[in-house]
Structures are given as C-alpha cells and as structure tokens.
Design a protein around this ligand. Structure first.
Ligand SMILES: *[C@@H]1O[C@H](CO)[C@@H](O)[C@H](O)[C@H]1NC(C)=O
Ligand SMILES: *[C@@H]1O[C@H](CO)[C@@H](O)[C@H](O)[C@H]1NC(C)=O
Ligand SMILES: *[C@@H]1O[C@H](CO)[C@@H](O)[C@H](O)[C@H]1NC(C)=O
Ligand SMILES: *[C@@H]1O[C@H](CO)[C@@H](O)[C@H](O)[C@H]1NC(C)=O
Ligand SMILES: *[C@@H]1O[C@H](CO)[C@@H](O)[C@H](O)[C@H]1NC(C)=O
Ligand SMILES: *[C@@H]1O[C@H](CO)[C@@H](O)[C@H](O)[C@H]1NC(C)=O
Ligand SMILES: *[C@@H]1O[C@H](CO)[C@@H](O)[C@H](O)[C@H]1NC(C)=O
Length: 682
C-alpha cells in the first residue's frame, strides 16, 4: 500500500515537473534576453562561434564565409489565432558591431541579417551578397518563408539596392521591400543623424511587428542612446503569408571579397509585448582592434640597452609631439560656449587624423572631412578653415555659436567649433549625399527627378525665409548656390555654410569693397556697394532656381553671347513665349509644367538687376507654395539685362568660394583667390 502511495506521489511529482518544464520552456520560447552569450546553447553554423567572453562572432574576416546563430527552439506562430502569445507580433532588439578587415575603400562587408526562417540551416544558401539566406536560384521564391532585416554594408545593383550602406526589410528576397541609409532620429535635436555601420563601434537595432496593423518598424541608434521615438523604417508588411506555424529566429551573416568581423553583443526577443532592454554593462566587450599589421612584421632586434635609451627618447618625444598634436587655443571668453566647443583631440580622432581618405572636398573656405565622433558614433563633417589673424575672432566665434542655435530642417546643423593656432574648425551634421551641384552637373551621378528638385527648392526657400525673417535676428547667407546646398540621407535639400562668408567680408569701407560670393550669383548692387542684404540673397536664390530647372551654370562663357548669362537667356525665352525651352534636357520632358514655369519665371523675377523689383523672401516662398500667383510679366523697361548692368559696374570681385564637398565643383564661373581672413578686421 505504502509503495503504491509512494509510486503515485512520484508520478504526480514527475508530471508536475513535466508541466513545470513545459511552462519554463514556453516562457523561454516567447521571450528571452541574452546580455552576452556565455553559456547559452544557440545553434551555430558556418564559422559562427561564441567567444570565451560571451561575444557572438558571426563571421571573422575570412572571405566568402557564412556564419549563423539561431535560438535553438522553434517559436510558435499561429496565423489563425487571435491569442497574443501565439499571434504573429514580435519585438526584438540587439546590439551588433561590424569591424572591417582593414582600411580599404569600400571598407567591409558583407552584412548581418536578423532572420526568421523555417529551418536553422538554410541549405544551399550562398555567402557574399546572399548573406547566407538564399542562392541565385532560391532568391525571391515565396516557398522560402524567410523574413529578414538586413544590415547590408555593400550595395548590390542586382537586388536594386540603394547606394551605400543600408538597412532593408527582406521578404523571401534580397530585393528589399524597403530600405534606407543608416540614420537615426535624435529626439533632443529633432533631426535625423546618419550613422556609419562600419566604424566597428556597437550599435543597436530594434525590430517590431504589430500584427493588428501589419506594421513593421525598424529603428537604429548608437548603442547607448535611448530608442529614438521615430523609426528608421515603418513599413506595412503582411507576415501571415510568410511565417509558418513553427519558425526559428536568429542571425545570418556573410563575408565576400570585402569582409568584416561581425558580432552580436546582446539580444532580446519577445512575442508577448515589448522586448526587454539590454543591460549594456553586462555586454561583452569587442576584441581590441589590432592597431597595425606591420607591427607584427617588424622583427628587428636591437640591443637591449640601445632600445631602452631609444624608448626613453621616443616616449619623451612622443609626449611632446602628442601635446603639440592636440594643441588648441581656448581663451577665457570662450568659457560660455562650453557645450559648443569640441576638443581638437576628439576631432582628430573622429577624422582619423584628418586623413586624405576622409576628405569630402575643399574650396575657398577650407577642407571638409568626414568624421565619426568617438563619444556617440555620430557622423559629422569637420570643416578646417585657416586664418592668419585673431582679429575679430571673438565676434566671429560668438556669431558662429549663436548660429549653432539655428534650427531648421533645411539647414545643415552646425554642432560646434574648435580653435587652434591659425585655424578654426567647424563641426556640422554629415550629409551623406553630398552637394546638389554634383547631381546637376556630373554625368556620373544619377539624375534628380523634377519632384525631387522641386522639393529641394521649396525646402531651401523655407530655410532662407527662416534665416531672413523667422529667427531672432536677420541672418544673411551671402553665398547661396547649388554647391552650398547639401543633400541629407532622404534627399532633403539643406542649406550649408550660412554666415561663413562674413568671415571673409570686409564691407565696412565701400571704397575698398571686396565682394564675397560667387560670380554669377552676385547681385549688381552687391557688386557696386559691397553690402549684402536679404535682397542679394534672393538674387542668388533666383540664380539657383534657374540652375536647378535648366541644369546649367549661371555663366557659361563658351556659349553664344545671348546664352552666356543664364538669367538673361531665360528672360529672353520668356519674352518670346518659349520659356520651357530652357528646361534641363536631362529631365527628358518629365516635369509638371505649371511648377516648371513657376520656377523659371520666379527665377527671372528674383534675378531682376533692380533690387526693388525683386520679390521679398516671403513673397518668393508664397509663390513657390502657390499661395499667390505670379504678377503678369513686367518685362520691358523694368527688367533690363544683367549684361548691361554688369558692364556698368567695375568692381573688384574679390572672391568666389566653391565651398561644396566636391573639389570638382570648381567651375568656369567661379574663380578662387587668396584672401587673408580678417586681415583688416570686420
Ligand atoms: C563563461 O562561462 C564559463 C563557464 O560556463 C566560465 O568559466 C567563464 O568565466 C564565463 N566567462 C565570463 C566572461 O563570464
Ligand atoms: C575564421 O574562422 C575560421 C573557423 O573558425 C578559421 O578557420 C579561420 O582561420 C578564421 N579566419 C581568420 C581570418 O581569423
Ligand atoms: C491556432 O489558433 C487557433 C485559434 O485559436 C486554434 O484553433 C489552432 O489550434 C491553433 N493552431 C495551432 C497549430 O496551434
Ligand atoms: C493563449 O495561449 C496560451 C498558451 O498557448 C494559453 O495558455 C492561453 O490560455 C491562451 N489564451 C487565450 C485567451 O486563448
Ligand atoms: C540553391 O539551393 C538549393 C537548395 O536550397 C539547391 O537545390 C540549388 O542547387 C542551389 N542552387 C545553386 C545555384 O546553388
Ligand atoms: C527622418 O527620416 C525619416 C525616415 O527616413 C523621414 O521620414 C523623416 O522625414 C526624417 N525627418 C527629418 C526631420 O528629416
Ligand atoms: C511604428 O512606427 C509608427 C510611426 O512612427 C508608430 O505610429 C507606431 O506606433 C510604431 N509601432 C510600434 C510597434 O512601435
């Protein structure tokens, strides 16, 4: 009897334990958090491995390899259920890092894909552009039942990838449903910031799918940032046709000719509500990047004593050189600008020592370098301006700093500055698509559609209105032109270099006026008096409008005489009722006629040589928004040709500053001159 009781209680215990196990398992299946992977039993294949410190290395830098890691138990998705725990919604976030093999350009590859798949093996899949997910014959098949979010470091034209590194949503196909360059929304600044995935620094990705709205959000940010309030991608996807009842979740990763060590530091997943946040303090650290390969190749044995003596000298010297290298000027009056002040050391590190490779372009204002701030992974553009005088520097810096407070979605945000002997450094948001003039004038760049151009135009016009009328003081730009309009990751036009021209502008004594600006954009009265006004900015903007619509430079001396000056030529065509003949042939007639006519006519009106006859900035914006209609053409008498006016003015055109990122943008209509900044004060 007693034996049966014992047996019965044992069997009860066993079934209880089985229930418990089931319970634990289902808990585990619906939700897990790995702050590092030490001791976890992820299913690994390819060259993936968990390193002793808990770092999941999907690939190393061996070429054409695949590395995968999957959560070892299948998750239950149920397409016909309304029960939250087995419906299709999920939420996940993970911290990853891509460390390129070496300093090459392009720099590394091939990518990491967060993957939901019916199997953990993905048989037959290829490395390189296939990311270990598909091969050339399986890519695109609906029988794949694979969903992925790719972090792709190498664009593949065959899959219609957008240029550059990108984040994409893939359903059964490496041709992404939607993709975007890596950026994140910085809530504190209300602006998008671009990120470089190949810095080797850890970053975090959040992927959330809401079954109810069939909405998938993908959000990227540097590791320690809070999750941005706006996702990078928010796309409607119906996963009910993709997911099967039983699916595995994990990562697939590959290398190609270009390679990176690709790591996952931590991973959190949930099918019931929001995935838990990772505990950054528990994440494993990345291997120290070996500083230089040549170190290991140098095998020269120096006698010990000589070596020690040498070391002492070198260290002493290096210390002095180091001090010198990072030396900067900080004066008492700068204290109040603390937050806007960058240390030279940080900028030096951000730009890898102002390496030639990081050079984005150069022009009259100095050289511009791409950089990644070590503290935040944020991509920035650093402009180095040399100056040989400290006169006026205080006023200029205070003005620059106050301009750092300008906030407009169509201005290139100034983040701060740094000063050294004979040098001023300005730090701006990085604009991944460079300057607009490249797209207008270089045949190697893709053509911008009319709708893109019109949007850029309206955006920049609103930024100009903000500078002129909507900020606490009037800011005259002084150098509006295509090469000063930069394109962000979303091809929004952003006006750059505002206020900088003032650094070069003497203007106080009209008899020695040296006009700052770019020939072709300089209003006649500016050339005469040297005084920049909102009206001279409107003139330059008018020239830019024509440039954008006609796809040609404001001055092209090699053309027939009536065509040399763009504004005069378009005006002439307007007079004979053929204004649309001026449109950019690269548009191939693909434009909205009303908008095109508006832009061309408004461009002519804004470039009126007589300042009083130009629209104001606000009127210009109202015209572009279609809120007021254009006046009937007051052609004769009022609009005299520029040629006439310009021939009457004999001013010393001091300078033209091609200031875009692109050296090649120095064109026939701009000539540079050496000018000593602030040599006579302002
Ligand atoms: C990883 O786990 C092993 C035993 O499973 C342990 O010896 C080791 O210290 C752990 N490493 C870290 C970094 O926690
Ligand atoms: C990458 O990992 C594989 C497998 O662990 C190994 O055979 C190979 O030597 C590694 N390559 C490098 C460059 O470390
Ligand atoms: C899916 O959910 C439906 C409705 O709740 C249920 O009847 C069905 O058995 C579930 N299927 C699986 C495979 O769990
Ligand atoms: C949802 O599913 C879980 C586990 O499959 C089950 O325990 C629970 O009772 C279900 N809830 C509803 C409302 O069906
Ligand atoms: C692609 O993979 C499938 C198996 O999934 C295999 O049958 C096929 O031969 C592979 N094709 C190529 C071109 O490798
Ligand atoms: C930021 O990027 C998102 C997604 O690419 C875009 O929808 C949004 O308009 C951008 N916001 C700003 C302020 O540029
Ligand atoms: C996805 O993003 C959209 C747009 O920002 C937002 O309205 C929605 O709540 C987000 N959904 C989730 C699950 O985060």
């Amino acid at each position: 009897m007693a034996a049966t009781a014992v047996l019965r209680s044992i069997s009860v215990l066993i079934s209880f334990l089985m229930c418990l196990e089931q319970f634990v398992l289902s808990q585990v299946e619906n939700q897990f958090v790995f702050n590092g992977f030490n001791g976890t039993n992820l299913h690994l294949n390819g060259i993936a491995e968990i390193q002793p410190n808990g770092l999941l290395a999907l690939t190393n830098t061996s070429k054409r390899q695949i590395g995968r890691a999957f959560f070892p138990f299948p998750l239950k998705f149920n397409t016909s259920s309304t029960n939250i725990s087995d419906s299709l919604s999920f939420s996940t976030n993970f911290v990853f890092a891509m460390v390129p093999a070496e300093e090459t350009n392009p720099r590394g590859g091939h990518g990491i894909a967060f993957t939901i798949s019916p199997t953990m093996e993905l048989p037959g899949a290829a490395p390189t552009q296939y990311l270990g997910l598909f091969n050339s014959s399986t890519n695109g098949l609906s029988s794949n039942h694979v969903f992925a979010v790719e972090l792709d470091a190498v664009p593949t034209t065959e899959f219609g990838d957008i240029s550059g590194i990108h984040v994409g949503i893939d359903v059964n196909n490496l041709r992404s449903l939607e993709s975007a360059p890596p950026t994140y929304f910085a809530d504190d600044e209300g602006a998008n910031k671009s990120l470089d995935l190949l810095t080797g620094n850890p970053m975090q990705l959040w992927i959330e799918y809401e079954e109810a709205n069939k909405l998938l959000n993908v959000t990227l940010a540097p590791m320690r940032s809070n999750k941005p309030s706006r996702p990078l991608l928010s796309t409607s996807v119906d996963l009910s046709t993709v997911l099967l009842d039983s699916m595995y979740v994990g990562f697939s990763s590959s290398t190609g000719e270009l390679t990176s060590s690709q790591y996952i530091l931590g991973w959190s997943f949930s099918k019931t509500g929001k995935a838990q946040s990772l505990d950054y303090s528990k994440l494993p650290s990345l291997p120290q990047q070996s500083k230089s390969k040549s170190n290991s190749n140098i095998r020269i044995i120096i006698p010990l004593i000589a070596a020690v003596a040498l070391l002492v000298t070198i260290f002493g010297g290096a210390y002095v050189i180091r001090r010198k290298k990072y030396e900067e000027i900080r004066e008492e009056w700068e204290k109040e600008y603390g937050p806007q002040r960058f240390s030279f050391k940080d900028l030096y590190k951000a730009t890898k020592g102002f390496k030639e490779k990081e050079l984005l372009g150069s022009g009259g204002f100095g050289r511009v370098y791409r950089g990644v701030l070590p503290s935040s992974n944020e991509q920035v553009a650093v402009k180095r301006i040399s100056h040989d005088s400290r006169q006026g520097m205080k006023e200029f810096v205070s003005e620059i700093v106050s301009m750092g407070r300008l906030r407009h979605r169509n201005l290139v945000q100034l983040l701060g500055y740094c000063r050294r002997k004979g040098e001023l450094l300005l730090v701006y948001d990085y604009m991944p698509n460079g300057s607009l003039d490249k797209f207008l004038f270089s045949n190697s760049m893709p053509n911008l559609s009319w709708s893109q151009r019109f949007r850029i135009l309206k955006g920049v016009a609103s930024a100009l209105l903000y500078l002129h009328e909507e900020w606490e003081q009037v800011v005259i730009h002084r150098d509006v032109k295509a090469s000063n309009i930069l394109l962000d990751a979303n091809f929004n036009g952003r006006l750059g270099d505002f206020g900088l021209a003032k650094l070069y502008d003497h203007g106080s004594n009209p008899s020695t006026t040296r006009v700052v600006g770019t020939v072709g954009y300089i209003a006649p009265e500016l050339a005469r008096t040297g005084k920049a006004t909102t009206g001279t900015d409107v003139f330059a903007f008018g020239t830019f409008m024509l440039e954008l619509a006609c796809g040609r430079h404001p001055l092209e001396p090699q053309l027939e005489s009536e065509q040399i000056i763009l504004a005069d030529w378009v005006c002439g065509l307007w007079k004979v009722g053929a204004i649309l003949d001026a449109t950019d042939p690269r548009l191939e007639g693909e434009y909205v006629t009303d908008e095109m006519e508006l832009v061309l006519k408004l461009g002519v009106l804004c470039t009126n040589p007589i300042a009083a006859n130009r629209p104001s900035t606000r009127q210009m914006v109202q015209h572009l928004d279609g809120n007021i209609t254009l006046p009937e053409m007051p052609l004769d008498g009022v609009r005299i040709d520029m040629m006439t006016v310009q021939n009457e003015t004999s001013t010393d055109f001091a300078a033209s500053f091609p200031t875009s990122y692109d050296e090649n943008s120095v064109s026939a209509n701009s000539f540079s001159s050496s000018i000593s900044i602030l040599s006579s004060g302002r």
